[in-house]
Design a protein around this ligand. Structure first.
Ligand SMILES: [Zn+2]
Length: 141
């Protein structure tokens, strides 16, 4: 997959987000104390204040919950890619968990709420940490 933005800032990996950004799986955090699923990853459970989490892998399939079409390139490296569609995806297994990403392989006029999608991963080597960042993107299912 072609990378959109060479030189663009990558997520800083830490214990709370490493699974999500490196495994090429949709991995959300599940509170060890109360079982609440929390995404995006944070250090503190919003439901019970717990600090311990496990990773829960879920299928990378869902439906478009919301979307917007970006027509103005906010960075010069995006000039060749506009217009593009950013989607918020509601996961089939966890409908209250929503994952943001770009919708690929789809004309901007063809996106709609409820469109079934599946995750694909954009792989980016992180020279600083020597890890590979894997960003979820979406394509029609
Ligand atoms: Zn909790």
């Amino acid at each position: 997959m072609t990378r959109y933005m060479d030189g663009w800032m990558l997520p800083a990996l830490d214990e709370s987000n490493r699974d999500f950004f490196t495994r090429a799986k949709i991995v959300v955090r599940e509170c060890a104390a109360c079982g609440t699923i929390q995404h995006p990853p944070e250090d503190l459970c919003h439901a019970c204040g717990g600090y311990e989490f496990g990773g829960r892998e879920v299928a990378g399939v869902g439906t478009v919950y919301s979307h917007t079409v970006v027509e103005h390139p906010v960075h010069p490296d995006l000039s060749a890619h506009v217009p593009y569609t950013v989607v918020l995806v509601s996961l089939d297994e966890l409908p209250d968990v929503r994952i943001v990403g770009n919708l690929l392989e789809t004309a901007t006029d063809d996106v709609r709420v409820g469109l079934p999608v599946r995750a694909v991963w954009e792989e980016i080597p992180d020279a600083e940490t020597e890890e590979t960042i894997r960003l979820p993107q979406w394509v029609p299912a």
